[in-house]
Design a protein around this ligand. Structure first.
Ligand code: PSU
Ligand code: MN
Length: 302
């Protein structure tokens, strides 16, 4: 299709035969989790998608080549290199490609590249959002703007309260991105199934969600749809524990003057340390849960 983009054989065959494809991002592998849990999680996420009748397409840039669908050894390579790989949001794609570098794609870059390859849905853990104190820092994730432009459905577990959830919802409203709650009225908060905020619309079945996505696109409305899927109750964290860990991590980050695209990876790693790994276990489980829902929706989309 484009000599900068290589779609692997399984994904290409699925797209041609209209077998549903679910995209997966790679920043979660390089920057979101430590090795070896990151590789194990990425492989298991793909397996869940296969087991539910779809084909997974993990997306990354390897030595300047955009890959739609990675081999197991490419996943292992990214996982081992970790934060040495460039965190690549949409704006960084031309740099990483033209310099022949390795890039792990964020939700924004993965959305853009998946849509370009003809993929309609994408599962991740959490998306970026409007950061706390964004009034001063202007730190608003490119994920949100990409969702307003690119035709993709993104399944996530809501947003972490390292972000300002209220401002994130306001921003998405301004950008005309619908925020769906799967079987919930309340916006999930990643590590916990509930936050103090409401989603825009609640839908209770994968078919209803697929119908909404199709209606949006049939009307030629630009942009995507955000589906928020609460972490299963048995996997969620205690609210006080996680709130405390987040506050402590935010304070530490301020002391160290960490800013820009280093903030999210720093906070995730710090929260994992403070909670002695418990947050990582929740993180892994919610990713699996999102892969399952994305597969169930994908079946109605292709
Ligand atoms: N949230 C997580 N894990 C992650 C990320 C977010 O729980 O790995 C990654 C995603 O790739 C997301 C990116 O797109 O961080 C957002 O980064 P920023 O906040 O710098 O836009
Ligand atoms: Mn940012």
């Amino acid at each position: 299709m484009n000599d900068l983009i290589a779609i692997n054989d399984k994904v290409l065959e699925a797209l041609e035969k209209k077998i549903p494809v679910v995209a997966l991002e790679s920043t979660i592998i390089s920057h979101g989790m430590p090795y070896p849990e990151n590789v194990k999680t990425a492989l298991e996420a793909q397996k869940i998608i296969y087991d539910n009748g779809c084909v997974p397409a993990t997306i990354a840039i390897i030595k300047g080549q955009i890959k739609i669908g990675l081999t197991d050894s490419e996943i292992d390579y990214l996982g081992k290199k970790g934060t040495e790989v460039l965190k690549t949001s949409t704006r960084d794609i031309p740099y990483v490609v033209s310099q022949g570098l390795d890039g792990a794609t964020t939700v924004s870059a993965t959305s853009y590249l998946a849509a370009k390859a003809g993929i309609k849905i994408f599962a991740t853990g959490g998306i970026g959002g409007v950061h706390r104190k964004a009034q001063e820092t202007f730190d608003i994730s490119a994920d949100l703007d990409e969702l307003s432009k690119t035709k993709i459905a993104v399944v996530c577990a809501g947003a972490k309260s390292i972000l300002d959830l209220g401002l994130t919802l306001e921003y998405l409203e301004t950008k005309a991105v619908d925020v769906i709650g799967y079987q919930t009225n309340v916006l999930p908060a990643f590590y916990t199934s509930k936050s103090d905020f409401f989603v825009n619309h609640r839908l209770d079945s994968p078919l209803d969600i697929a119908n909404l996505i199709k209606a949006k696109w049939q009307l030629d409305m630009p942009g995507g749809v955000l589906i928020t899927n609460p972490i299963p109750q048995e996997d969620e964290m205690d609210k006080d524990t996680i709130d405390k860990a987040i506050s402590e991590a935010l304070l530490e980050m301020e002391k160290l003057h960490i800013t820009g695209n280093k903030t999210t990876p720093y906070l995730l790693a710090k929260i994992k340390d403070i909670t002695k790994g418990n947050s990582l276990q929740s993180n892994i489980k919610l990713v699996y849960n999102n892969c399952l829902l994305a597969s169930q929706i994908a079946k109605y989309l292709y």
